[in-house]
Design a protein around this ligand. Structure first.
Ligand SMILES: [Zn+2]
Length: 68
């Protein structure tokens, strides 16, 4: 199971979360879903996936995403 590091956009804290396919990532401090994925602690390399996790639950599949 991959562990990802997230930063909460609401309270600005950092936390780690084990993410399954159906995991809803929430801030462990304030419970906000407005979080931003940082980097995989497992050292994913060579991936060109362009998917946002967390946030509003929507995925980003655009090639010119301004938030990445
Ligand atoms: Zn928070």
């Amino acid at each position: 199971m991959p562990i990802f590091e997230y930063k909460c956009n609401k309270c600005d804290c950092d936390f780690e979360q084990i993410v399954n396919s159906n995991t809803v990532v929430q801030c462990e401090s304030c419970g906000s879903k407005n979080v931003k994925k940082k980097m995989s602690l497992f050292g994913v390399s060579g991936t060109d996936k362009h998917v946002h996790s967390g946030g509003d639950g929507g995925g980003c599949h655009k090639s010119s995403c301004s938030t990445c």
